[in-house]
Ligand binder design. Structure first.
Ligand code: AMP
Length: 401
């Protein structure tokens, strides 16, 4: 079965086409600047040259039509006909409390995603545009939605509730939802497979640290706690997001600096984190370069980032009464040997022992970077949210037949 995975943003659309017989990627690409003049389609068929095309793409329906044209193009295509695509999987950011797993798209499912617009005003509307566009371009082909929040729906009430008036939960569903669920689920499963141990027996801390960053405590294969909250702002220090802070900072700053709600939101989401402390960059590569060169602002940014990450690992080891495996994944987690080294250096009280040489090896495969003596297995596992969505899509479509 061939499955197309779509990740639709407000002005962008990423895609990957899978052949699920062997889980290979046949082609992938990206449409950028949808709705602006000169939209850009970048298409990469596996084993062939990447092609870029600039044209006017005003909305997502046209974007998907152009993608399908490329997928079936004589020169750059990988399919003889669009009919070869048997299912489409969509990434959706917020599934609220309704979606505890991926779901087949029905009119009711779409209505529910729309009802959740309030909780993800920037992210859920484009997902609906992506679904509609797929339905128009591929009539009769089943669509499946995979939610970033779904994996965390196993958290207990004592974990997901905030200690604020309960009426706010009852009226507005204010609670911890978490994010990056597809990634946390994927890497925790791969970790168990890699170690050849049943996931039901393992206490795993998954560190998804990229531009956005979150940690999850995975016990027995389910999420028992995660660092992102109502929105992806809570938790770790990130590229441009603050992560945890005293909520009073918000009201205090709004008052003193006469900021509006959108201005303070923008400050915390786009102008904080590594960028704010370094004053130069949100990219961990630049921060590490600055730290190595002895620049004080980059050094402080690096130290704060590592300290906050380590505190969360300690918290989740406490939450699970121990930890068997720590997984590093996403842009920083997969690529930054120095972030992994510095974090693990101060986890010796847990029995963590990093093999510094193994830690420096680069590979796109899951690998162990702890010593044989380490009481905790330290793994680097490349995340693959698209593959996870494609697997869910295949399973749900097959079960629905
Ligand atoms: P992601 O959001 O998972 O795509 O991660 C993107 C982030 O990963 C970038 O903003 C960088 O901060 C970080 N990153 C990528 N490559 C490296 C690297 N070699 N060393 C350190 N950080 C990296």
């Amino acid at each position: 079965m061939k499955v197309l995975v779509i990740n639709a943003g407000s002005s962008s659309l990423k895609y990957q086409l899978y052949d699920m017989t062997d889980e290979t990627v046949l082609a992938k690409g990206l449409v950028e600047r949808i709705g602006m003049d000169s939209s850009i389609l970048t298409h990469k068929p596996t084993g062939k040259e990447e092609v870029t095309e600039v044209s006017e793409i005003l909305e997502h329906t046209t974007a998907i039509r152009k993608v399908l044209e490329k997928l079936t193009d004589k020169e750059h295509g990988v399919l003889s006909s669009v009919d070869e695509i048997q299912a489409v999987g969509h990434r959706v950011v917020h599934g609220g409390e309704t979606f505890k797993g991926s779901a087949l798209v029905t009119p009711e499912v779409k209505a529910e995603i729309r009802r959740l617009f309030d909780l993800a005003p920037l992210h859920n509307p484009p997902a609906i545009m992506g679904i509609n566009a797929a339905e128009v371009n591929m009539p009769g082909v089943p669509n499946v939605v995979a939610f970033d929040t779904a994996f965390h729906q196993t958290m207990e009430e004592k974990v997901y509730l905030y200690p604020i008036p309960k009426v706010l939960y009852k009226k507005h569903r204010i609670r911890r939802y978490g994010a990056h669920g597809t990634s946390h689920q994927y890497v925790s499963r791969v970790a168990a497979e890699f170690l050849n141990r049943p996931i039901e027996e393992l206490k795993i801390i998954t560190c998804h640290i990229g531009n956005g960053a979150s940690l999850t405590a995975v016990k027995g294969g389910v999420s028992v706690d995660t660092s992102m909250g109502l929105t992806p702002l809570e938790g770790l220090m990130m590229g441009t997001r603050s992560g945890d802070l005293d909520p009073t900072v918000v009201t205090f700053v709004m008052n003193k600096e006469e900021l509006s709600i959108s201005e303070v939101n923008s400050m915390l989401n786009k102008h904080s984190g590594l960028l704010a402390i370094s004053g130069s960059s949100s990219d961990m590569r630049d921060i590490t370069d600055g730290w190595e060169a002895g620049k004080p602002n980059e050094t402080l940014a690096f130290e704060m980032y590592e300290y906050r990450l380590r505190k969360y690992i300690g918290a989740y080891a406490a939450a699970m009464n121990g930890v068997d495996v720590i997984v590093f994944t996403a842009g920083v987690g997969e690529n930054s040997a120095i972030v992994r080294e510095k974090t693990c250096e101060n986890l010796s009280y847990l029995g963590v022992e990093l093999d510094k040489e193994l830690n420096k090896v680069r590979s796109g495969e899951p690998r162990r970077i702890s010593t044989p003596n380490s009481k905790v297995e330290i793994l680097v596992i490349p995340t693959n949210e698209e593959l996870m969505i494609a697997r869910d899509t295949l399973q749900i479509v097959q079960e629905s037949k």
